[in-house]
Write a protein of this length. Structure first.
Length: 267
């Protein structure tokens, strides 16, 4: 898949969904697809408001996981212009590995709903979401799409279709990693990390996706079958001079028996 040059990126498509407010935003259309935000309408007592970034793709088009790999534009969502909404956390269904002849990348070759947790500062007070969304949707080349999506979660807050869309997307997320289904670091020699994988019974395929960030860049993990064990060797293309404090590295382990996500400690 070809990425765009810097001059082409400067001409990225920018859309505004207008100022109509509802529990879901209007669709914003772009070449190859369209995007919108949907919420359940009401935050819980802790201020968590569930929603989705709904990405509809035309046939033959693709979009990206949180870390595309060799090429691509990961989705992002920024809500600083919102009222009474302090942050938004995107979550990702299990991706697939794609090799289009130009690059190996992680993402989706079908329409996808990315669950979002919005954090409402004062749950009993009105909230307005004004979100700047940036993502890439691709056919033979990647088209960066920037959209302004606005909505009032309290308007039409009991819409059953919106609630069902959010519930369906949330249930499609990978399960949390468990002692019987996860990966664990075995060794790290500054250039390559080796990880053991524990897979569910009967799994015949496995792929590991590790998201870079905080100065880390990884090559595509390579699966190794040895002595009845499944391991992944991961080349570390770049790493920070000092190990970051807190947090960690997101990973998703995908098999034909399901998928789990978790956090690896910084290498």
């Amino acid at each position: 898949m070809k990425t765009l040059s810097a001059s082409t990126l400067a001409c990225l498509v920018i859309f505004n969904a207008g100022h109509a407010l509802a529990a879901s935003s209007k669709w914003v259309e772009a070449q190859g697809g369209k995007v919108r935000l949907v919420t359940t309408g009401k935050p819980d007592a802790q201020g968590r408001l569930e929603g989705i970034l709904d990405i509809h793709l035309d046939e033959g088009w693709k979009t990206y996981w949180r870390d595309p790999g060799d090429a691509g534009v990961p989705p992002s969502l920024e809500v600083s212009a919102s009222t009474n909404v302090t942050s938004a956390q995107l979550r990702f269904p299990a991706p697939q590995r794609h090799d289009d002849g130009y690059a190996i990348w992680a993402g989706y070759n079908h329409s996808v709903a990315l669950p979002v947790i919005f954090h409402v500062a004062k749950p009993d007070e009105p909230a307005k979401i004004s979100a700047d969304v940036f993502l890439g949707i691709c056919e033979s080349i990647c088209i960066p799409v920037s959209a302004k999506l606005t909505l009032d979660p309290a308007e039409n807050a009991d819409d059953s279709a919106d609630a069902a869309a959010v519930t369906t997307a949330t249930r499609a997320l990978p399960l949390p990693a468990s002692p019987d289904f996860d990966v664990a670091l075995v060794s790290d020699d500054t250039k390559t990390a080796l990880l053991d994988a524990k897979l569910p019974s009967g799994a015949s395929s496995a792929d590991l996706f590790i998201a870079g960030g905080d100065g880390y860049v990884f090559a595509t993990p390579r699966k190794i079958e040895k002595d009845g064990k499944t391991q992944f060797s991961v080349e570390i293309l770049d790493r920070p001079a000092a190990k970051p404090v807190g947090g960690g590295l997101h990973y998703t382990l995908v098999t034909d028996k399901g998928a789990v996500s978790g956090m690896l400690p910084y290498l």
